[in-house]
Design a protein around this ligand. Structure first.
Ligand code: FAD
Length: 619
C-alpha cells in the first residue's frame, strides 16, 4: 500500500485478512495523513437522524453534487456500502457521537438532503485513523502469536517516499523509494500495488493540503502506463482562513455552516440567496426565515443556500470579493457567533475554536471568521474499474483507492463523501489486489535496469552543481496554477499556463539540490516537482479542452453547463514525456438508477438524445 491515510490502511487490513503479506508505506509519519485532518465527518445513509434517508437518496445527492459526471457504479457502491463501513469501524473500536437514543449521530452538510455525516465533534478523521491503526496493531498482535513477529504480515514503513513503480513487462513488480531520514534507497518487490497517496494541492498557492500532497500517486500511475480522468476538476473549498497570511488556506470546516453558520459580505448581507443556480432552486430556501426554520423543521422547509455544494459557494464568495464586498483581508465573513450560544460552539466545534484563537486571535464565539476559497481536493485521479479499483491502461496489478482515484465524485465532491469513499474503495482495492496476486501464474520479477534507472533519476538533483533551487521552482509552479488554472479559468490564460508549464518542465529537468542524502527536504522537493509538473499539465490541458463550466471547473468564456460535455471523460496518459489527452464516453447509467430521478431534473443535465432513451426505458 503506498499511502497510510484511510484508503491505504483500510486496503491493508483487507489484504491482510485475505492472508497476504503487506507493506504500508507512508511519505510522512505514520498517522499523519489528510485523513487525520478531516473534521466534518463521513457520509453514510444510515437514516439515524432522519429515517427517510436511504442509499438511493445518497446516490442521488452524490450524482447531483458531481453534476452527473460521476462514474455511476462507483456512486452506487459508495451509497450502498458506506453504512456497513461505518458500523464496521465501531467493531474496530471507533466511537462516533450519539443521538439521544444512542445511535450514531449524523450532521448536515452541503448537498446532502438529510443529516448524514457520522462524526466525532470536528475531529472525525482522527478517530477514523486511530481506529484503523488500532485494528492494524491488533492484527500484528495476532501475527506475533501465530508467526513469532509483529511484522510477519503487515509492516509499516513510515517517512518512506516512493518515487517509481517497477514493472515486469506490463505487470507491477514492485516499487522504489527512499527513507526520508537517511536518504537511503529501498526496493519493495510486490506483485500488486495499491496507490492511496491522496491529493495534489501543493501545486497551488492557497491550499488546505499539507507538504506531502504533490500528486505522487497520480504521477506514478501515469509513468507506469495507467490513465487519469477528470483532472480538470479541482475542488476549491469555500472556507479557508484568509488571515493572517502565514495560515492562509487552512481549512475552516463545512460543519460551521452545517451547524448554523452563515456567510455575510462586508455590507452585512447574507448573500448566498443571490447565488442559488436554477438546477438547485427547488431544494433551497429563498428567504432567511425559511432557511432558519429548516434547522429545526427540515421536513417542511428547504435548506439554507449556505449548504449548496462547495463549487457553488466558492464561486459565490469569489464573486462577492471581486464586486468589492469582501473583508479587509479579501474574504467574506462566516458567522456562527450570532447563531449559537458560546458554550454550544465550543462543544460542537472545538478544533475551530482553538484554530482561530491560536492562529488568528479571533474568538469565534464572539466574532465572525474571515474566510475565502482554498484548493482542497482533486476529483480527478487514476481511472479505475469501479468494482475492484484496478487501474485502467497498460498495466496489471496496479490498484487505486481514495483521493488518488478518479470517477467517484464526478465534477465536484460532496463534503463527507471522501471519508466514506476511502473506506468503501479501500476495502475493495485491498481485497481485489489480494485476489489478483492469488491468480498470478508466476510472480513478476523486478528488472535490474529499472532499479538502476530509478537510482539515477533520484540522485540526479544532488549531482548537479548548477541548476535552479527547488523552492523557487515550486513557487513558480504554484503561481502558474493559482493565477492561471484556478477557480475561474479563461482560454487565453490556460494557453499561457501550458506554455509556462512547458518552460518549467525544462527548468525542473535541471533542478539542483544542495547538500547530501541525509534528511534533505530540498532534495525531496526536487523529486516531487516532476510529479507536480506532470499532474499540473494534465489539469491545464483538460481545463483548456473542456469548453463548459461544471462543478470544480469554471470557464468564464464558457459559463454554462453543456449536456454534450456531460457524456465525456477526458483521459490523460503519458507518451514518453508528453502528456496526452483523449476523450472517452462516460459509462451509461443503468435504467433503474435513472429512474431514481425526476425527468425534469434529468432534462437539466442530459442531451435530448439521452432523454429520448430515458423516455423509452420509462415506458
Ligand atoms: P490521505 O489521507 O491523504 O493519505 C495519503 C497518504 O499517502 C499519506 O500517508 C501520505 O504520506 C502518503 N503518500 C503520498 N505520496 C506518497 C509517496 N510518494 N510515497 C509514499 N507515501 C505517499 N473529507 C471528508 O469526507 N470529510 C471531512 O470532514 C474532510 N475534512 C477535511 C479536512 C482537511 C483539512 C483536509 C485537507 C481534507 C478533508 N477531507 C474531508 C478530505 C479527506 O480528508 C481526504 O480526501 C482523504 O482523507 C484522503 O484520504 P486518502 O486515504 O485517499 O489519502
Amino acid at each position: 500500500m503506498i499511502g497510510a491515510g484511510g484508503a491505504g490502511l483500510r486496503a491493508a487490513i483487507e489484504a491482510r485478512l485475505a492472508g497476504k503479506k503487506t507493506a504500508i508505506i507512508s511519505k510522512s509519519l505514520f498517522g499523519k495523513a489528510h485523513t487525520v485532518m478531516a473534521e466534518g465527518g463521513a457520509a453514510a445513509a444510515m437514516g439515524n437522524v432522519n429515517s427517510r434517508d436511504s442509499w438511493q437518496v445518497h446516490f442521488r445527492d452524490t450524482m447531483r453534487g458531481g453534476k452527473f459526471l460521476n462514474n455511476f457504479r462507483m456512486a452506487e457502491l459508495h451509497a450502498k456500502e458506506s453504512p456497513q463501513r461505518i458500523w464496521e469501524l465501531e467493531t474496530y473500536g471507533a466511537l462516533f457521537d450519539r443521538t439521544k437514543d444512542g445511535r450514531i449521530s449524523q450532521r448536515n452538510f452541503g448537498g446532502h438532503e438529510y443529516p448524514r455525516l457520522a462524526h466525532v465533534g470536528d475531529r472525525t478523521g482522527l478517530e477514523l485513523i486511530r481506529t484503523l491503526q488500532q485494528k492494524i496493531v491488533s492484527l500484528q498482535q495476532e501475527d506475533l502469536r501465530e508467526h513469532g513477529s509483529y511484522d510477519a504480515r503487515i509492516r509499516v514503513f513510515a517517512e518512506t517516499t516512493i518515487t517509481e513503480l517497477l514493472l515486469d513487462g506490463d505487470r507491477i513488480a514492485g516499487a522504489f523509494g527512499y527513507y526520508r531520514e537517511s536518504g537511503e534507497f529501498v526496493l519493495f518487490e510486490a506483485p500488486a500495488v495499491v496507490l492511496a497517496t491522496g491529493g495534489v494541492g501543493r501545486s497551488y498557492k492557497v491550499t488546505s493540503n499539507s507538504w506531502e500532497y504533490t500528486g505522487d500517486g497520480h504521477a506514478l500511475a501515469l509513468r507506469a502506463g495507467a490513465t487519469l480522468i477528470n483532472m480538470e476538476f479541482l475542488q476549491f473549498h469555500p472556507t479557508g482562513m484568509v488571515w493572517p497570511p502565514s495560515v492562509k488556506g487552512i481549512l475552516v470546516t463545512e460543519s460551521v455552516r452545517g451547524d448554523g453558520g452563515v456567510l455575510k459580505n462586508s455590507e452585512g448581507k447574507r448573500f448566498m440567496f443571490d447565488y442559488v443556480p436554477d438546477v438547485f432552486r427547488k431544494q433551497y430556501a429563498d428567504s432567511e426565515a425559511e432557511a432558519d426554520r429548516w434547522y429545526d423543521d427540515p421536513d417542511n422547509n428547504r435548506r439554507p443556500p449556505e449548504l449548496l455544494p462547495r463549487d457553488e459557494v466558492a464561486r459565490a464568495i469569489n464573486s462577492e470579493v471581486k464586486a468589492g464586498r469582501g473583508t479587509p483581508a479579501g474574504g467574506v465573513y462566516l458567522d456562527i457567533a450570532s447563531r449559537l450560544p458560546a458554550e454550544e460552539i465550543r462543544r460542537r466545534l472545538p478544533s475551530m475554536y482553538h484554530q482561530f484563537k491560536e492562529l488568528a486571535d479571533v474568538d469565534i464565539t464572539q466574532e465572525p471568521m474571515e474566510v475565502g476559497p482554498t484548493c482542497h481536493y482533486v476529483m480527478g485521479g487514476v481511472e479505475v474499474d469501479p468494482d475492484s479499483g484496478a487501474a485502467f491502461g497498460h498495466v496489471n496489478g496496479l490498484f487505486a483507492a481514495g483521493e488518488v482515484s478518479g470517477g467517484m465524485h464526478g465534477s465536484n465532491r460532496l463534503g463527507g463523501n471522501s471519508l466514506s469513499d476511502l473506506l468503501v474503495f479501500g476495502k475493495r482495492a485491498g481485497g481485489h489486489a489480494a485476489s489478483y496476486a492469488d491468480g498470478l501464474a508466476s510472480r513478476p520479477r523486478v528488472p535490474v535496469p529499472a532499479v538502476e534507472a530509478a537510482v539515477e533519476t533520484a540522485l540526479a538533483p544532488l549531482q548537479r552543481d548548477t541548476g535552479e533551487n527547488p523552492y523557487t521552482l515550486q513557487q513558480d509552479l504554484q503561481a502558474v496554477m493559482g493565477d492561471l488554472v484556478g477557480i475561474i479559468r479563461r482560454e487565453g490564460e490556460l494557453v499561457d499556463a501550458l506554455s509556462r508549464l512547458g518552460e518549467l518542465r525544462e527548468r525542473v529537468a535541471k533542478v539542483s539540490a544542495a547538500g547530501g542524502r541525509r534528511y534533505n527536504p530540498g532534495w525531496h522537493l526536487a523529486l516531487d516537482l516532476r510529479n507536480m509538473l506532470v499532474v499540473s499539465e494534465c489539469t491545464a490541458k483538460a481545463a483548456l479542452e473542456r469548453r463548459e463550466s461544471r462543478g470544480g471547473h469554471t470557464r468564464e468564456d464558457h459559463p454554462a453547463m453543456d449536456p454534450a460535455w456531460r457524456r465525456v471523460n477526458q483521459v490523460c496518459s503519458l507518451e514518453g514525456d508528453i502528456v496526452r489527452l483523449d476523450r472517452k464516453p462516460l459509462p451509461r447509467m443503468r435504467p433503474e438508477l435513472f429512474a431514481l430521478f425526476d425527468r425534469a431534473e434529468l432534462a437539466k443535465y442530459l442531451t435530448d438524445e439521452e432523454l429520448a432513451e430515458f423516455d423509452v426505458l420509462a415506458e
